[in-house]
Structures are given as structure tokens and as C-alpha cells.
Design a protein around this ligand. Structure first.
Ligand code: NAI
Ligand code: MG
Length: 335
């Protein structure tokens, strides 16, 4: 059966990295790719950054592949997460051999392998903000149900990875109520699943992620902490150009690079497509297309080993040259 995949390229480098990812996966899966508009340009054109027909397309699709939005990101991606109830944001942090030499960055690690499970629909990004006279405020909403389901996802992942520990990152010593509830429910879920509960305050976790990333395996954390820690963790494995993510709920899955629209390099054809290609790999896995997924992931590893990479990783290749290499390398693996 052919899948129906909604594709939202968005703004800036979004369309460039999406074109690259589609070039790689198109020959590997029986799917119809249907494009939807969203983002800054869409808002200018239609007066709405996330039109109703795009939303409808996402509701109908078997999966969604998203590029990046610009200044309207909150109205597009944050809204999609809430509308489609994509409550788990899964952000793997996995090194590839050869990256340290390529980037020349001493902090880049080829050997790290952990995953950040970020709560995706509540917390400080609940969108409940206001002003009262000279004071602005945001409500940090944490619910027992919201925490329970994200903790279950973290436990599922730990089991899949053959790990016996889930690490909760919070700040319950200061935010006693919101982080307190998050910590309490995570602990209860993790222990009820027969796994070991570990915890760090977010500030210490931010340090250990750089100095001793081997401390982490499956990390579960509220929305904004997860947002910040996952960009930090991306640096460990070569930067934002390599960081994929999946936003998943009980019915829908939306896959997107962690990075934004990168206006500073848009239009030059040099955006690193790996983050989006690896997001497409996560999509293939989520759809159950494991063989294709593995072929593409290995092909990305081969491109890195061979130095077929964009300037952010120290190479001189264009986005589509990298995509062409990965497409061929992946096809060789499935034939
Ligand atoms: P950004 O992630 O777009 O860029 C940060 C830095 O990383 C830039 O120097 C950029 O050139 C570089 N970079 C990012 N992706 C890259 C890639 N694939 N290859 C090579 N270099 C890459 O974040 P920034 O600059 O804070 O935000 C730019 C715009 O993106 C803003 O309008 C923001 O609202 C939006 N944004 C959208 C997101 C989304 O749609 N999910 C997420 C984050 C930001
Ligand atoms: Mg972010």
C-alpha cells in the first residue's frame, strides 16, 4: 500500500533540505508526497502561516515531513504539535565516526549515543501568555496526564534500546510544583515499568552533556529544557546540520530537523541536508520501513567517512551533491 506523506518545506533552507531528503527516500518507498504550504512566505501570500488545507493534509497523511519555518515558527510548528497532539519530541544524539576530524572541533564526539525525549505540548511553551500593566508572564502548565504519557514513551525507548535506565532532567528544587509533579510522575512510571529512575537538575545536566555525555542514555524532560538541551547536544555530534527529530503522538508523526530556516545561508545551496535526511530515516522507522531506514542511515555514515559533506562540516559539497551521494549509497544497500 502506498503511503501518503505530507511534505511542508517552509522557509529559508527548509525547501532546500526537503528537496534533498526527498531525493534520497523517493526511490526507497512506495509513497505519494503531497506538498503543503506553511511559514513566513505562506503568511505573506495567504495571510495565514498555517492554512486550513495544510492542516487538513496533515490530519489525513500517514506521516509528515517538515523543513523549517522562519519567524512564524511558533504559529506553525508549535501549533502543529498541539493540533495533532504530537506530545513526544524524540531527538536522538548520535555520533558518526569521522566527524571529529572533519569538523576539527575537539568537543565533537564520534561515540555518543543518547536520546532526548522532550515533552512537546505543554510546559513553558503552552502558549498561555499575557501582560498586566508593566508585567509580562507565561504560564508553565504541567499535567499529570501529559507527564505520564511522555514518561511512557521514554520507557518504551529505553526498552527498545536495551537500556535499564531513564534519566529525568528537571529543576524541582526551584520549580517545586511544576517540575515537582513532572519528577514525581516520571519516577512512578519508570519504576512501575521495572526500570531504574535517574535524575539531574537541568543546569548540571547541561554541563555533564558536554563533559561526560556517556552518563546519558534516555533523557526525559519538560518542553523548554528539551528544546535547549537538544541544540546543546547537537553540538556534540557536529552541529544543527546533523540533528534530526520526530514529533509523535498516538496517531500522527511529524519529522523535522532540529534547526530552523537558517536565513544566513539560505539560497546558497550549501545547507547540510543530513538533519532532514536523518529525520526522514526516523519517519521510515516509524512507518515500519526498517530496511530502507537502515540503508539511508548507513549511507549517511558513508558520506561522512568519505568526506562528502557541506561547508558546516568542513567540506565543499553542495546540498544536492551530498543528497545524490547518499541516494546512490542507500540504493546500493537495498539492491
Ligand atoms: P537556525 O537553526 O535556523 O540557525 C542557527 C545557525 O545554525 C545558523 O548559523 C545556521 O546557518 C546554522 N544552521 C542551521 N541549520 C543548518 C544546516 N542544515 N546546515 C548548515 N548550517 C545550519 O536558528 P536561528 O538562526 O536561531 O533561527 C532562524 C529562523 O528559524 C528564525 O526565524 C526562527 O524562528 C526559525 N526557527 C524555526 C524552527 C522550526 O521551524 N522548527 C526551529 C528553530 C528556529
Ligand atoms: Mg529549538
Amino acid at each position: 500500500m502506498a503511503y501518503k506523506i505530507a511534505v511542508i518545506p517552509g522557509d529559508g533552507i527548509g525547501p532546500e533540505v526537503i528537496e534533498a531528503a526527498l531525493h534520497v527516500i523517493e526511490p526507497l518507498i512506495d509513497a505519494e508526497f503531497v506538498e503543503g504550504e506553511a511559514g513566513d512566505e505562506c503568511a505573506e501570500k495567504h495571510g495565514d502561516p498555517l492554512p486550513e488545507d495544510t492542516l487538513e493534509l496533515c490530519h489525513e497523511a500517514d506521516a509528515i515531513l517538515f523543513g523549517a519555518a522562519g519567524e512564524t515558527a511558533a504559529d506553525v510548528i508549535v501549533r502543529l504539535r498541539q493540533e495533532l497532539d504530537l506530545y513526544a519530541n524524540i531527538r536522538p544524539v548520535r555520533g558518526f565516526p569521522g566527524l571529529r576530524e572533519l569538523t576539527g572541533e575537539p568537543y565533537v564526539r564520534d561515540d555518543v549515543d543518547f536520546v532526548i525525549v522532550r515533552e512537546n505540548t505543554e510546559g513553558l511553551y503552552s502558549g498561555i501568555e499575557g501582560r498586566f500593566r508593566d508585567t509580562a508572564y507565561t504560564l508553565r502548565i504541567i499535567t499529570e496526564e501529559g507527564t505520564r504519557r511522555i514518561a511512557e514513551v521514554a520507557c518504551d525507548l529505553a526498552e527498545e534500546r536495551g537500556s535499564n535506565t531513564v534519566t529525568c532532567v528537571h529543576k524541582a528544587n526551584v520549580m517545586r510544583e511544576t517540575c515537582g509533579l513532572f519528577r514525581e510522575v516520571c519516577k512512578e512510571v519508570v519504576e512501575s515499568r521495572g526500570l531504574e529512575f535517574e535524575e539531574y537538575y537541568v543546569d548540571a545536566a547541561a554541563m555533564f552533556m558536554i563533559t561526560e555525555p556517556e552518563r546519558f542514555d534516555v533523557v526525559v524532560t519538560p518542553n523548554m529544557f528539551g528544546d535547549i538541551l537538544s541544540d546543546e547536544a547537537a553540538a556534540l555530534v557536529g552541529g544543527l546540520g546533523l540533528a534530526p527529530s520526530g514529533n509523535v503522538g498516538d496517531r500522527h508523526g511529524l519529522f523535522e530537523p532540529v534547526h530552523g530556516s537558517a536565513p544566513d545561508i539560505a539560497g546558497k545551496g550549501i545547507a547540510n541536508p543530513f538533519a532532514t535526511i536523518l529525520s526522514a530515516v526516523m519517519m521510515l522507522e516509524w512507518l515500519g520501513e526498517d530496511e530502507a531506514a537502515e540503508a539511508v542511515r548507513e549511507a549517511v555514515g558513508e558520506a561522512i567517512r568519505e568526506g562528502v559533506v557541506t561547508p558546516d562540516l568542513g567540506g565543499d559539497k553542495k546540498t544536492m551533491e551530498v543528497a545524490e551521494f547518499v541516494r546512490e549509497a542507500a540504493l546500493n544497500r537495498v539492491q
